[in-house]
Write a protein that binds this ligand. Structure first.
Ligand SMILES: Cc1cc2nc3c(=O)[nH]c(=O)nc-3n(C[C@H](O)[C@H](O)[C@H](O)COP(=O)(O)OP(=O)(O)OC[C@H]3O[C@@H](n4cnc5c(N)ncnc54)[C@H](O)[C@@H]3O)c2cc1C
Ligand code: SF4
Length: 330
């Protein structure tokens, strides 16, 4: 692994100042399960993605960990571990979609030190991206190897130039829950809705979100859902032990006598960003879910442009949406 300088700031401002000094040659460090034991260990680098000279450890900053749940919603520090989220009784009661998605991440060992901020901001898992001999677009190169290579796990929606799927399970759940991230940088802090947080390859091929190199996510806010909101999470994996999603479905919606009143449906494993299936939401609005769901789920076919080896994902996504939403009514 390449050597690096380790900074241990005591405040968010100190962290931001240090990141600003190094530009794109420094990275914030959370649990390190992706950054250190993935990206840096495996020398995942390129012209547009230099390996960091400096890591800025967020663990030394007090106040970035913790969970607060009140009438307004839940505020979760970015450095809160996934295990702490899963073990929170209040989150399990009020936001089961988040706790279930966190529970489906990796293994118990990893969840014990992997953080919410790290899970949301982790880099993609495309095997060409992770292979150091493949200088692809996402690393600043001039080719996408998935187009002619093995693309069975790649995107079926929204792939342009690059066909990654967003790897984070909690990101999909948070988007379905209409959450926001607090981002702090040299210019101060701002709240960014998860609707606007993730960016596809056409917008920025070198990154998957709006964070600038000198910015950090400090917390996540989830607004209290309307009374009676149904929250459901489903994830299909290739292996029954820990694995990333082939397709995941996160949905949060309100119902009156089986009629969909409002809600969000988000798919993971299908697009470079957690994919909000507004086509499905619009088809369901004001309709009896039991009679409308089949046709609504089929709209995924219109949005999909599968690659040579992944058209199976279109069927999986359609069926999972139908099964997951009907399951929530039962
Ligand atoms: C074997 C294995 C299986 C896995 N399976 C799954 C899975 O099924 N589902 C899933 O969702 N994930 C999965 N993961 C990924 C894992 O969840 C992530 O590695 C982990 O969540 C990252 O958290 P971390 O705190 O260790 O982040 P780090 O590795 O420290 O950081 C990850 C990235 O996020 C950036 N970052 C971290 N915190 C912040 C912050 N607060 N602000 C700005 N940037 C930040 C870092 O700079 C880095 O680029 C798996 C990983 C492994 C190794
Ligand atoms: S899908 Fe994206 S990350 Fe994978 S090889 Fe193509 S450009 Fe690189």
């Amino acid at each position: 692994m390449k050597s690096f300088e380790l900074y241990e700031p005591k405040t968010v401002k100190e962290a931001v100042d240090t990141l600003s000094k190094f530009g794109n040659k420094a990275r914030p460090l959370a649990g390190g399960s992706d950054l250190v034991s993935g990206v840096m260990k495996d020398w995942v680098e390129g012209k547009g993605m230099p390996l960091p000279d400096a890591l800025v450890d967020l663990d030394t900053i007090p106040g970035l960990k913790g969970i607060k749940v009140d009438a307004q919603g839940a505020t979760i520090g970015a450095m809160t571990t996934l295990s702490d989220i899963i073990e929170s009784k209040e989150l399990t009661e009020r936001f089961p979609l988040l706790t279930q998605s966190a529970h489906s991440v990796a293994s118990q060992l990893i969840r014990n030190f992997a953080t919410l901020g790290g899970n949301i901001n982790q880099r993609p898992r495309c095997w060409f991206f992770r292979g150091k001999d493949f200088d692809c677009y996402k690393k600043g190169g001039d080719f996408c190897f998935s187009v002619s290579g093995d693309n069975r796990y790649h995107a079926i929606i929204g792939g342009e130039l690059c066909y990654i799927v967003h790897p984070s399970d909690t990101a999909g759940a948070l988007l379905a829950l209409n959450a926001q991230a607090k981002v702090v940088g040299p210019g101060g802090e701002r709240m960014v809705a998860f609707d606007d947080y993730f960016v596809g390859p056409r917008e920025n091929i070198l990154n998957e979100n709006v964070l600038k190199p000198e910015e950090i996510m400090t917390e996540v806010f989830i607004p209290a859902p309307a009374a009676g909101t149904k929250q459901v999470w489903e994830k299909l994996k290739d292996r029954q032990v820990y694995d990333f999603a082939i397709v995941s479905v996160a949905a949060a919606f309100t119902v009156q006598n089986d009629t969909w009143t409002d809600g969000r449906v988000v798919l993971g494993g299908v697009a470079p960003v957690p994919y909000r299936a507004t086509g499905i939401e619009n088809q369901l609005k004001g309709k009896n879910i039991k009679t409308a769901i089949r046709q609504a789920a089929a709209t995924i076919r219109t949005a999909s442009r599968p690659m040579s080896m992944n058209s199976y994902k279109v069927d999986v996504a359609q069926n999972m949406v139908e099964r997951t939403i009907l399951g929530a009514l039962a």
